[in-house]
Design a protein around this ligand. Structure first.
Ligand code: IPE
Ligand code: IPE
Ligand code: MG
Length: 255
């Protein structure tokens, strides 16, 4: 049993890590990768890997909340994932609906706020309905925010932002001189959300795959060979531990 006290070093017995509870990242983003390979290794259909991946979401979100992380962004479906076979896309959409239907009461009870990044208008109608219901129900919650990136692409997000900005300029709501990095963030899906401190990618791949391109400017990257369905609480602890031992300089020099 682990107890966390604000401002104290905490021993995490399972992997013997001491996390500094004063320096817990605010925002962790995860590229939930490796479901297909996890299933293949077990001679199971890929969809079973996605199903197992949903179980990991349950556990990791709970742990993140317990640690005091305020935002967790989960890459669930990219703008490029439409290239996959129709059956796999359909199964992923069904899993999303099932997850929201089964979990919404529990999530709400725990104060989780659900938010979506991406253009969901392209999703099947039953997905849109469940997403809207979940967002509305949890809108006033003040616990951890779970951002689900769905039909999300970093480039798509930037182009969308530019279009909205040009529209505002045409309507004379903004001037050219108003445009800067800070104000542009209001045109992104992540408006009001701090940039991710860590981007975690399991499965052995070391690339962003079009995830949070604008927001990752100074994120710390953390890779692991573990496939997402095998990702455990101790792996999250390890990522946070490593983050706490990195030297973030933001272009400056070490103090
Ligand atoms: C990630 O697992 C889930 C989605 C992209 C929806 P993958 O399905 O990409 O798993 P691998 O990379 O084929 O193992
Ligand atoms: C990134 O994984 C997208 C999600 C995890 C949702 P992919 O499996 O689609 O990425 P690539 O194709 O290996 O780059
Ligand atoms: Mg993959």
């Amino acid at each position: 049993m682990i107890t966390f006290f604000k401002g104290e070093k905490v021993d995490e017995t399972e992997n013997d890590l001491s996390l500094d509870m004063e320096n817990i990242p605010k925002h962790i983003a995860i590229i939930m990768d490796g479901n297909g390979r996890w299933a293949k290794k077990r001679k199971l259909p890929r969809t079973m890997g996605h199903k197992a991946g949903v179980e990991t979401i349950r556990r990791i979100l709970k742990e993140a909340d317990k640690l005091g992380i305020k935002y967790m962004t989960l890459y669930a479906f990219s703008t490029e994932n439409w290239k996959r076979p129709k059956e796999e896309v359909g199964a992923l959409m069904k899993l999303l609906v099932q997850y929201l239907r089964q979990e919404i009461n529990e999530l709400h009870k725990n104060g989780v706020k659900i938010n979506v990044l991406g253009d969901i208008s392209m999703l099947p109608e039953e997905c849109i309905i469940e997403i809207e219901k979940a967002k509305e129900k949890t809108n006033l919650n003040t616990g951890i925010t779970m951002n689900i990136a769905l039909n999300y692409g970093g480039r798509d997000e930037i182009i969308r932002g530019i279009k909205l900005l040009v529209e505002d300029a045409k309507n004379e709501k903004i001037n050219l001189s108003d445009i800067n990095e800070h104000m542009f963030e209001n045109y992104l899906y992540t408006k009001g959300i701090p940039d991710p401190d860590i981007i975690i990618r399991p499965s052995g791949e070391q690339r962003l795959s079009n995830f949070l391109l604008w927001q990752c400017a100074y994120s710390e990257f953390w890779y692991s060979d573990i496939c997402w369905p095998d990702f455990k609480e101790k792996d999250l602890h390890q990522a946070i531990y490593d983050f706490q031992h990195r030297d973030r300089r933001f272009g400056g020099i070490k103090k």
